[in-house]
Every structure is written in C-alpha cells, then in structure tokens.
Design a protein around this ligand. Structure first.
Ligand code: ADP
Ligand code: MG
Length: 461
C-alpha cells in the first residue's frame, strides 16, 4: 500500500466518496504510480502483477472522464476472457455507484450476438469485451467508436497468448486517433510493444515491481511419486484448514485424479478443465467463488483469465513448466495486502524448473518438510455454503433483491445466511448457509417470486 491517498488526486467527489464506502482507504503501489498519469490524460503502459489493483486504475480513469449525459460509447475495455470481462464490469459498476445512470455492458463470445446488438442499440457508456466479439460487432457496425475517449487493453499478454493478435490488429484500425490508450500487461514482449506503437502516442512506461502489496509465502516440497503429492495435499488441508484452495495441475488427467482423491479424503472438490461445457464451467466457478466448494482443481488453460481473489491457498501439484505460468498461478493468492500461501510439489527430475524459478524470483529454494501429522482433532470439513439453482433469471426480470426477499420473508432464513446471488439470463445461483439450505430450498420452491413459482434444486456436494 502507498502513503498517497485517492483524495490527493483530481477525482470527482462522487467517485471519491464511494471509494471510501468500498473500503479503499489507501492506494496500492500501481494505483499510486499510474493513476496520476492516467488522470492527466497520458497514454500509459503498466506492467504489474495480478492482484495489484489495476482495474481501479483504468476504472477510475474511465469514470472520471465520463459524461453521463451523452449516451455513447466513451470507453472500450478489451479483456482476454469472458470471466475477466464480467469481473471488470462488476468492479467498474462498484466504482460507479456514486454516479447515477452509468451504462456499462459486456460483449463476449459464448453469448448471443443478437442480444448484444440490442443492448448496444439501447446505448452504453462503457463497453467491456473480448477481442473476437468486439471485432465482430465493429465489423457489423453495431459498435460505434466515434465518441471514444479511452481505450483499454487489459492483460494484453494473455490476449496475445490466446491468439487474439489478428482481432486486436483489426480493432485498432477502428480506434479513432487522439483518444487516450491504456495498456496493462504482466509481461512486455515485443509483440505488445508493436501493438502499443500503433495505437499509443508517446506512452509512459511504468513497471511496478514490488512484493510490497501482496504477501505470498512460498513452500516447496520434494516428493518421489504422485501418492506423496496427494498425501501432502491432505495434510496441508487438515493442518491449515483453508476455506478455499486452488490446485493447479499440468494435465487434464491429473485434474481428474486429484479431484477424485480430494473427494475421497472427505472434502468438497470440483474440477475445471477444457472439456467442460460453458454451463458446467460457469456453475463450477460460481460454486467455488460463493464458498460452496472448498477445492477447485484446474489446468492453467482452464483457469486462464479467471480472477478469483481472496484465496487462502494455492497448491501446485506439479511445478509449472514455465516461470511466467508459475507467477500467474501464485498471483491468485495474497491479493491486495492479504496473506496467502503457496505450496508446490516437485520431483528430483523437475530440478531444472526449480533452478529457473529460483533465478527468476531471486530466492534460494529449499526443500521443506511437510507437516508430519494433522493431529488427532483434525477432520475433513465442509464449506460454509451450499448452492441452490433456480429456474429463472434476468429474462424473467428477476433481481438479486427479489430472491433475497423470498428467502427472508416469513418463516424464511436470515439475510446474513444468504451469500452470493448470481443471475444469468435463464437461471440463478443462490448461495445459502449450509445449515439452512433445506429451509431455503423449500422457500424458493413454494414461494412466488415476482408473482411466479420457479423450480429450485440444491446442488449436491
Ligand atoms: P489486478 O487487475 O491488478 O489483477 P484487481 O484490480 O482485480 O487486480 O484488484 C485486486 C483486488 O484488490 C480486488 O478485489 C480489488 O477490489 C482490490 N483492491 C483494488 N484496489 C484496492 C485498494 N486501493 N484498497 C483495497 N482493495 C483494493
Ligand atoms: Mg486485472
């Protein structure tokens, strides 16, 4: 965290007051370094690691410049994945709470183009999307950028990794001159420099090193075989009792095997890999994010761009073959000043990876001892919440408040027992405290919401 306060910067009072209500008291290092330049209208390239608070840098830049009275697209943000775009949109909406009527929409692949065109026709101030779909909408003339003031490339390196180079090139051709461009990236390969050259004017380059924001403790354990890795996972969980753990595997087969093993230990676990359909992927992520599942086991590709914060623990079943990938994995814990722990298993033959990693991190890596025993008291535990799936969503005009109202009305449960409510077009996921899950389920099954009865299912552990 920095000593500089948001209040030292020329930010609209409505935005400042809301920052306080969000609990953003001090700026992170990235914010203190980049925000003054962004607010001054400069083109800025920012290199910083995950979890350092970059969204608020461009988010405040966008909102501070925004003229709500003109309903046209004033800012465009490109993100590598739909999940990331959704998360950026959510953060922007939170930041925008102090300003009424800001229209922020997301346009990503995997959702209907038709409905996105309709939303654009209704007007938007800020458009957040993935490169493929944004390009498509530009080509069709559905997305107009004449009034663009700010163009943001978030996680530019990931977008290139995912093969969006061509789409980016084509989008850049639509960007009017004279607007401000901000580019964020964890790394800065030449391919990004060439994009930057084409769309930016004398950009300021900022590189925020610093481990001063996130505190990440890294532990390495040398093992001989996979059963030792699994036994290690069980011990670490029983000893540290994390609320949410992300376990990274290098292959899909490992994801399946590890998920099964963790289930056999008695914990709740879900797998995330490339074979899942979008619906199952959404459902899995929701159950992990809303604390209905303790363990998520994932491949790097499946977890790419996924921005889950507040993880207590990240486990590397195998060390990633690539140092950047390792850094990306561990960046998911210890966010914004919170303590996080990373546990990595490696075999003797992976020593070369360890060598590279220790050179890169500039630290001495030594083999640590796993806890020898979990103690007598320690048993597997369940996550605090359970998820109910409801057969109605945004298209039925359901809002989170309607669902909350139904749950907490007569003979229902307490507001504090309701967790995250996530709405899709045709369904909703509602997290409720495990102890009152059956009561909540019956309420949602029998009570009318918005004058209608919906189907509801409890997602089994
Ligand atoms: P990045 O894009 O750099 O990976 P995010 O913008 O997603 O990081 O921020 C990571 C987390 O830190 C988010 O949960 C965000 O709400 C929180 N955060 C950002 N800025 C601050 C701040 N100044 N004070 C407290 N929390 C913050
Ligand atoms: Mg980010």
């Amino acid at each position: 965290m920095s000593d500089l306060s948001f209040f030292d910067l020329p930010i609209k009072p409505a935005l400042l007051n809301n920052l306080e209500s969000l609990g953003y008291m001090q700026m992170t290092a990235v914010q203190a370094t980049a925000l003054p330049e962004v607010l001054a209208g400069k083109d800025v390239i920012t290199q910083a690691k995950t979890g350092s608070g970059k969204t608020a840098v461009f988010g405040l830049g966008i909102l501070n410049k925004l003229d709500v009275s003109a309903l046209n697209v004033q800012s465009l943000v490109l993100c590598p994945t739909r999940e990331l775009a959704d998360q950026v949109a959510a953060e922007l909406r939170r930041l925008a709470r102090g300003i009424p009527n800001v229209k922020i929409i997301t346009v990503c692949g995997g959702a209907s183009t038709r409905s996105q065109i309709t939303s654009l026709e209704h007007g938007a101030h800020v458009v957040i999307g993935t490169p493929g779909r944004v390009k498509d909408l530009l080509d069709r003339g559905a997305l107009l950028l004449d009034a663009l003031k700010l163009f943001v490339l978030d996680e530019a390196d990931r977008m290139l990794d995912m093969g969006f180079q061509d789409a980016l090139d084509e989008i850049i051709a639509f960007i009017p001159m004279q607007q401000q461009t901000l580019l964020f990236s964890a790394t800065y390969p030449v391919t990004i420099a060439s994009i930057a050259n084409r769309v930016m004017q004398q950009p300021i380059m900022l590189k925020i090193e610093g481990t001063n924001d996130a505190v990440i403790e890294q532990n390495f354990y040398r093992v001989k075989a996979n059963h030792e890795r699994l036994a290690g996972i069980e011990l670490l969980m029983l000893v540290h009792r994390p609320e949410r753990v992300l376990i990274f595997c290098n292959t899909k087969a490992d994801v399946k095997a590890v998920t099964q093993a963790v289930l056999d230990f008695g914990f709740n676990a879900l797998a995330l890999h490339g074979d899942l359909e979008q619906k199952d992927r959404d459902q899995t992520l929701i159950r992990f994010i809303n604390k209905s599942t303790t363990v998520l086991v994932a491949t790097d590709v499946a977890a790419r761009g996924l921005d889950i914060d507040d993880l207590d623990m990240v486990i590397n079943y195998h060390i990633a073959s690539d140092t950047e990938v390792h850094l990306h994995r561990i960046g998911r814990t210890g966010r914004a000043g919170k303590q996080g722990a990373v546990h990595s298993f490696y075999a003797a033959k992976e020593s070369y990876k360890m060598q590279r990693l220790s050179e890169f991190l500039g630290i001495q890596i030594s083999n640590q001892q796993l806890p020898q025993t979990a103690g007598y008291q320690s048993k597997p535990y369940k996550p605090p919440m359970m998820t109910i799936r409801l057969s109605g969503g945004k298209k039925e005009k359901l809002r989170a408040g309607d669902v909350l109202g139904a749950l907490t009305s007569e003979n229902g449960i307490h507001g504090q027992q309701v967790g995250k409510i996530t709405l899709f077009d045709y369904c909703a996921y509602v997290a409720v405290n495990r102890e009152v899950a059956t009561v909540a389920l019956n309420k949602l099954r029998h009570d009318k919401i918005k004058g209608k009865t919906f189907k509801a299912w409890l997602l089994k552990d």
